[in-house]
Design a binder for this molecule. Structure first.
Ligand code: XBP
Ligand code: MG
Length: 269
């Protein structure tokens, strides 16, 4: 019986989905929302700039409800009637996005599969914590990476409070049987960062075009991507000097995690 490799110093990594594992918002979710508006015969269409604004509201159903309070929407001032319509629109949007995800139309961010391979080889526990709806999260993760890569998949359907509340990360930690100090979160957005930090996790930001720089001003490790040979990442911030390559690697995450745990210890210890 071969001796198993030593357990990685980094017990767990919990990934966000939209904007982190996959590039899903502008060419994915936004297109599906606009499909739902059109299917309902509504004139509303979200362009990129409007959608970027609305991403501050997590959860697609809440995002539509937020839009209905905006004077630019066709349903402005519908009040309670807008809540029911938002639910119907979100169901249609979700069905369309599920089809897009299952058809492989939602790309993984460059370098994600490489990092997942590294973490699996190092026997690092990997989970998911997303605001997205399970009905598309599962087919998307299956199509892109294989669901068996993830020891847990927590979605917006599984918690009462969406990001920036810490609920989805707290549930993921519980399912993975990990303490907050035993894992690192990988995020792309302000609500996601606040959710991860609120759950006590050290957070790495893999920024994208939608990421608000003000959201990561206190985050000790910020990069512009996962990096791969043809698409090297650049370092925005690396307070612990954890990065030693043009890619975000398992070793980098382990160094970052160890430094973050040390930095979190009270000075006396
Ligand atoms: C991002 C979100 C989600 C998606 C849309 O989730 O806030 O609401 O934008 O998906 P995360 P739904 O970054 O936490 O993965 O319409 O299913 O909510
Ligand atoms: Mg995200």
């Amino acid at each position: 019986m071969p001796t198993p490799p030593p357990p990685s110093r980094l017990p767990g990594v919990i990934f966000d989905v939209d904007g982190t594992l996959v590039d899903s918002e502008q060419e994915g979710h936004r297109v599906a929302f606009n499909h739902a508006f059109a299917a309902a015969g509504l004139p509303d269409r979200w362009d990129r700039a409007t959608y970027h604004e609305l991403l501050a509201t997590t959860g697609g159903r809440r995002r539509i409800q937020r839009w209905f309070t905006d004077p630019r929407s066709s349903q402005h001032q519908r009040g309670e009637a807008g809540v029911e319509l938002a639910g119907e629109l979100h169901e249609e949007k979700t069905a369309r996005f599920r089809t897009m995800a299952a058809a492989g139309e939602i790309p993984a961010r460059p370098g994600v599969s490489r990092l997942l391979d590294e973490l699996r080889a190092a026997r690092v526990t990997v989970g998911v914590a997303t605001t997205g709806s399970r009905s598309w999260v599962e087919p998307l993760l299956e199509r892109r990476f294989g669901l068996d890569r993830f020891a847990c998949v927590v979605t917006g359907d599984d918690v009462a409070e969406q990001k920036p509340a810490p609920d989805c990360y707290r549930l993921a930690l519980r399912l993975l049987d990990l303490d907050p100090s035993d894992a690192v979160a990988v995020e792309d957005s302000g609500p996601g960062i606040r959710a991860a930090v609120g759950a006590g996790l050290a957070c790495v930001v893999v920024a994208n075009d939608e990421t608000d720089p003000a959201a990561y001003r206190d985050v000790p490790l910020v990069v512009t991507g996962f990096g791969e040979e043809t698409a090297p990442m650049t370092v925005v911030r690396d307070d612990f000097a954890a990065v030693d390559a043009t890619m975000l690697t398992g070793a980098t995450l382990a160094r970052f995690h160890a430094a973050a745990v040390r930095a979190a210890r009270p000075p006396s210890s």
